[in-house]
Design a binder for this molecule. Structure first.
Ligand code: SAM
Length: 371
């Protein structure tokens, strides 16, 4: 995410486990919502205020001019993260914050907006740590991982933002082929196609939190979209191949790719990973096998992981091989020395993206010397 922000010309002010702070205007949040591939939410800080208890929170939140952000006939959802000793139940803080917002709007405009748990309209985020509350407009609304193309869910799909971050970590930008056996619902292949085309993921969505705030300028948003479309490529110079042993997974992946508008760029087929066709040339071969939680399943998976090592060695010479897994013991069964091990978190599970260089042997054959 840091690299993405820097690439877009935004400074990185601080970096934490939960997010990165940068600087910009409200209009900049529209650009970030459109362009970011790896971020989950773009939060726009309105105010930081001291609060020892829920009453102080109510008073502080009431002082923010919410009527300038949220329409009196609109709808607002409050989300919160509370780590304050004075608050045992974070739901209480949430209700206090929501009451302060809607009471303030009623006082200023004579009407109270509706409120509830749906994040598809105006969203306010409260972050309360010790005695300091930060109040944000959540300009994304629904998290940015919900791109809108994964209409057909399958077991254990990778989040879209994680898939984009994994691809970024491989360094693949549309040069060289992108091969994804075990594609499941197709997230990696679809995100690769979008990244290769330089097509921003935000073009796929027609609803964001910022659209429900008073600061939103529709003409500016339309200009941003039009510019992004002009700057995106129409085709790729490489092949993207996605396969899965389950026919229904391939069908779901194909439909998801069609929804994302990239079906024509991905060659889908149903086969065992080891039979995936590997084109001449270079590129990335990436697999995200199951990593199993039950012991019986883990035993079964040992042979799959060993087979992936053989597949890399025998079939993928000249490519960079990647394995994304949450089970490092299983990863050892691959039997190859990883050149890089990049940590990721997937739904609370610590995972690794392991990189294998598969050049050995192929280099000799690449430019055969005839003597
Ligand atoms: C963890 S899921 C992949 C999820 C995928 N990254 C996504 O975002 O949807 C693992 C996939 O491997 C497939 N698979 C399992 N064994 C396989 C095999 N021997 N050959 C090919 N695919 C296999 C499963 O059908 C499943 O779709």
């Amino acid at each position: 995410m840091k690299e993405e922000l820097l690439q877009q010309g935004f400074p990185v002010l601080s970096e934490g486990v939960a997010g990165i702070a940068t600087e910009g205007t409200f209009d900049d949040t529209l650009r970030l919502n459109l362009l970011l591939r790896t971020g989950h939410r773009v939060l726009y800080l309105l105010r930081e205020l001291p609060a020892r208890d829920a009453e102080a929170l109510y008073r502080g939140v009431s002082e923010i001019p919410w009527e300038k952000h949220i329409a009196e006939d609109g709808y607002v959802c409050v989300t919160s993260s509370v780590e304050s000793p004075s608050i045992r139940d974070s739901r209480y803080a949430n209700v206090k914050c929501k009451d302060a917002i809607v009471d303030r709007i009623k006082e200023k405009r004579g009407q109270r907006p509706d409120s509830g748990p749906d994040q598809d309209r105006a969203v306010v985020n409260l972050y309360w740590k010790d005695e300091v509350c930060s109040l944000y407009l959540d300009t994304s609304g629904e998290p940015l991982s919900r791109r809108g193309y994964r209409k057909i869910p399958l077991g254990a799909p990778m989040q879209e933002t994680l898939a984009a971050a994994v691809i970024m970590a491989t360094g693949w930008k549309g040069h060289g082929h992108f091969i994804n056996p075990m594609c499941g619902s197709g997230t990696l292949a679809i995100e690769a196609a979008l990244a290769g085309l330089n097509r921003p993921p935000g073009l796929l969505r027609d609803n964001f939190g910022f659209m429900h705030l008073k600061e939103f300028k529709e003409a500016f948003w339309n200009d941003l979209r039009a510019q992004a479309k002009r700057e995106a490529k129409k085709s790729l110079q490489c092949r993207i191949i996605a396969t899965d042993i389950r026919r229904e997974a391939v069908e779901a992946a194909r439909k998801n790719a069609a929804t994302a508008g990239v079906e024509h760029l991905i060659e889908f087929s149903s086969c065992d990973y080891s039979e995936t066709s590997i084109p001449e040339g270079e590129g990335v071969v990436i697999l995200n096998p199951e990593y199993g939680e039950r012991m019986g399943k883990i035993k079964e998976l040992e042979s799959v992981y060993k087979g992936i090592g053989d597949f890399f060695k025998q079939r993928c010479k000249g490519f960079k091989g990647y394995l994304f897994t949450g089970n490092l013991d299983l990863a050892k069964k691959v039997g190859l020395k990883a050149k890089r091990r990049i940590p990721f978190f997937n739904g609370g599970i610590e995972c690794r993206l392991l990189e294998y260089e598969l050049y050995e042997g192929s280099r000799k054959n690449k430019n055969p010397q005839i003597t």
